[in-house]
Write a protein that binds this ligand. Structure first.
Ligand code: NAD
Ligand code: UGA
Length: 458
């Protein structure tokens, strides 16, 4: 069967997999291939047990796989056969050399550009899907055109705004799709090709275009603004605890101002995920690079408040549980960085588990989807850690429960039964404010939410 377009995506991760599955699902007239250097990941994409958990993903993958969606390790062949290449490789924070701990590590990105140059035999449109520092498209173009082999490459920026746990919904009905291009005749022509792909299912007014540097920068700024809201409300949660105010009431009152908006104002143990911290640090690094010290310090504050919030959570536990956690069993309800995903990258639960072990507590972890990743994250931590799928079994014999992830199931448990099985006095630290605190208090628990007065029997 012949297809209208051959689309390739390099990088079969949390972005590449779902994004390409959605294009294949909405556009049966295109052939979509996703390649990765990791053979195990590709084998999982070709199995019933996909490498990532995302509601609704397995259904669309199964429907399109083998029809117009293919997962493969044949990077070279994929490059040769495609006209449009999305690049969705990882861009983590650099851990070495200049900019370590701040700048983006662009080695995977650079390697991909060189692979594309080496194996291309015809003109191509290259789409930046990964989140990148401003001016990366220029570097990409320089690498691609350095072969001087007569092949034309047009580089576009098309950052991805999906959130994990709602990726399929976000891809199907996005707030906006952003496409940045150079403003040359060729750049605009390439941009129109990408606009046409998205137009298969997204309304024209939701597809916005811009110059390429604005597009690259908008992605970093979007994540910085979102994270800033969480740090803002988390900073206020600390004040609420001192002032006997209730952070949910404050967030509601503030968020009802339509200029502020009510979403993304849930106080928590801290934000996690692979991108917020990395992208803000990337923004901070850029500002420092351009000698904008005050701007860099302003945004760095968002990360500092997040670190403070996580540490504050642990110090509260220590203080409330009579200044010692040694030998006490503490159960973490949830390990994923948010609900509806198995992803644990930068999860606040990693920090909390490690700090509890430093205090010589015994840690029991339960999570419906993230136990495998939790085991990997904590494999080098010396201490008593156990992993138990069933939350009733996990909390039995524990002195405290700390809610790390807002999984819906934790709101629906039989807490009378849990209370009976726990060591006394029994504590609950609700790092997500998802439980019915009054009800738990009546059962006998000492309850400590975020940004609200604690309910204690002492
Ligand atoms: P990921 O680590 O899940 O996936 C990246 C994949 O790229 C890996 O499977 C890796 O093996 C592969 N890869 C690396 N180098 C390669 C190469 N040379 N050839 C082929 N494959 C290669 O990362 P992710 O979470 O999908 O993120 C990818 C990018 O998208 C990042 O820049 C991230 O900031 C951005 N982003 C992520 C999200 C998210 O929710 N995770 C959302 C929006 C944007
Ligand atoms: C975030 C952005 O929301 C996406 O738009 C972006 O594409 C993505 O980063 C990315 O670039 O990787 P994601 O990290 O998947 O998506 O999930 P979010 O829903 O943003 O949650 C991030 C963290 O903030 C989670 O730990 C969540 O629990 C926490 N959070 C969120 C709060 O603590 N309070 C809130 O009110 C909202």
């Amino acid at each position: 069967m012949s297809f209208e377009k051959n689309i390739l995506c390099i990088g079969a991760g949390y972005v590449g997999g779902p994004t390409m599955a959605m294009i294949a699902h909405k556009c049966p007239q295109y052939r979509v291939t996703v390649v990765d250097i990791d053979p195990e990941r590709i084998a999982q994409w070709n199995s019933d047990d996909l490498p990532i958990y995302e509601p609704g993903l397995v259904e669309i993958v199964k429907a399109a796989r083998g029809r117009n969606l293919f997962f493969s390790t044949e990077v070279e062949e994929g490059i040769k056969e495609s006209e449009i290449i999305f690049v969705s490789v990882n861009t983590p924070t650099k851990t070495f050399g200049a900019g370590a701990g701040m700048a983006a590590d662009l080695q995977y990105w650079d390697k991909t550009a060189r692979q594309i140059r080496k194996h291309s035999e015809s003109n191509k449109i290259i789409v930046e899907k990964s989140t990148l520092p401003v001016k990366t498209a220029q570097a990409m173009e320089r690498i691609l055109t350095s072969a001087d082999n007569g092949i034309r490459f047009d580089v576009l920026s098309n950052p991805e705004f999906l959130a994990e746990g709602t990726a399929i919904k976000d891809l199907e009905d996005p707030d906006r799709v952003l496409i940045g291009s150079t403003q040359t005749r060729e750049g605009l022509k390439a941009r129109d090709v990408l606009v046409e792909i998205y137009s298969n299912w997204i309304r024209a007014e939701r597809i916005i275009t811009s110059n390429i540097w604005s597009s690259e920068l908008s992605k970093l700024v979007a994540n910085a603004f979102l994270a800033q809201r969480i740090s803002s409300i988390n900073s206020i949660s600390a004040l609420c605890e001192k002032a006997d105010a209730d952070v949910e009431e404050v967030a509601r009152a503030v968020g009802m101002d339509s200029r502020v908006g009510s979403r993304f104002l849930s106080a928590s143990v801290g934000f996690g995920g692979s991108c917020f911290k990395k992208d803000i640090l990337n923004l901070v690094y850029l500002c420092r690079y351009y000698d904008l010290k005050e701007v860099a310090d302003y945004w760095e504050g968002v990360v500092k408040i997040n670190d403070y919030q996580k540490e504050r959570f642990i110090l509260n536990m220590l203080n409330i549980m009579f200044n010692t956690l040694a030998n006490k069993r503490i159960c973490l309800f949830g390990f994923a960085f948010k609900a509806d995903t198995g992803d644990t990258r930068e999860s606040p639960a990693i920090f909390v588990a490690k700090r509890l072990i430093e205090e010589k507590a015994k840690v029991v972890i339960t999570d419906p989807k993230a136990l495998k990743n939790a085991m990997k994250d904590l494999r080098d931590v010396a201490g008593e850690i156990s992993y138990v799928e069933d939350p009733y079994e996990a909390s039995a014999g524990c002195s405290a429960i700390a809610v790390m992830t807002e999984w819906k199931i934790y709101g629906d448990l039989d807490y009378k039964k849990i209370y009976r099985s726990m060591a006394k006095p029994a504590f609950i630290f609700d790092g997500r404010n998802i439980l019915d605190h009054e009800k738990l208090f009546k059962i006998g628990f000492n309850v400590f939410p975020i940004g609200k007065p604690g309910l204690t029997h002492f």
